[in-house]
Design a protein around this ligand. Sequence first.
Ligand SMILES: CSC[C@H]1O[C@H](OP(=O)(O)O)[C@H](O)[C@@H]1O
Ligand SMILES: Nc1ncnc2[nH]cnc12
Length: 294
Amino acid sequence: MSSSNKPVLGIIGGSGLYQIDGLTDVSWRRVSSPFGETSDEFCFGRIGDQPVVFLPRHGRGHKIPPSELNFRANIDALKRSGVTDILSVSAVGSLREDLPPGTFVVVDQFVDRTFARVKSFFSQGLVAHVSMAKPVCSRLGDAVMSACEGLDIKVVRGGTYLVMEGPQFSTLAESKLYRQWGCDVIGMTNMPEAKLAREAEICYASVSMVTDFDCWHPDHDAVTVDQVVAVLMGNAGKARGLVKNIAPLVSQHQTLCHAGCQTALEHAIMTSPDARDPAMVEKLSAVAGRVLKR
Ligand SMILES: CSC[C@H]1O[C@H](OP(=O)(O)O)[C@H](O)[C@@H]1O
Ligand SMILES: Nc1ncnc2[nH]cnc12
């Protein structure tokens, strides 16, 4: 296996981040995937010398709700576009007093409470099990932390993101329960996105931008979209600064990720070569081509 790597930075922009500044050679193009339609066209460009591919997660104009996102098409098409590293930018509610609105949390764990989403590229005819013990990339996380230096951002490294199905916000009982579980922030989108990025051997880091205190906080009213959007307007500018700073740092990632994200399928495929469904093998040519072609 070659240990060299030509980094391509993928950015999945969440609520409030539907485009990014400072890209040159910009072109919006549709990338087709055997898993169906992506959320929108991808925005291809460069920041300095670094190739960048941007996808607004909910589509421009925010048309697709969390449960209807085609996560598999998005990740497969990013892989087909050569993306090696995904920076996910998300709006979240805070489950902790000391993570007030405006804080950026570089989360490192997830509790996946979603139940109405397809969560794997693999299925009958091609079975695989990847590790999700460490669901985000530490090398990309280091780059996020460095990129925040010099920007006026309160950033916290580490935290557990509870992924709820939505689209309604939590009940008070749920919000209190998630706090008891030790979760730090809550949102609706990072799963199965992070699982699929791992299956596709793409490094994944999530910057979760706190927009509200969810409903558990005695001094704050129930979450409303108005409130979330108001904080997002402030956060989106900071997120753009972060994106601009992280591109040259990702350019330096010329070797395969030492954390193992880019080799996650190495020992993951269970189905013996003679039992594999050829149609599945073809469908997974981008996601798993590295290990299936041998
Ligand atoms: C607009 S508040 C709820 C909405 O925002 C978050 O989305 P994203 O992670 O794409 O920023 C949250 O998960 C909900 O989908
Ligand atoms: N409180 C909250 N719950 C779920 N998703 C969110 N996105 C932003 N705030 C949120």
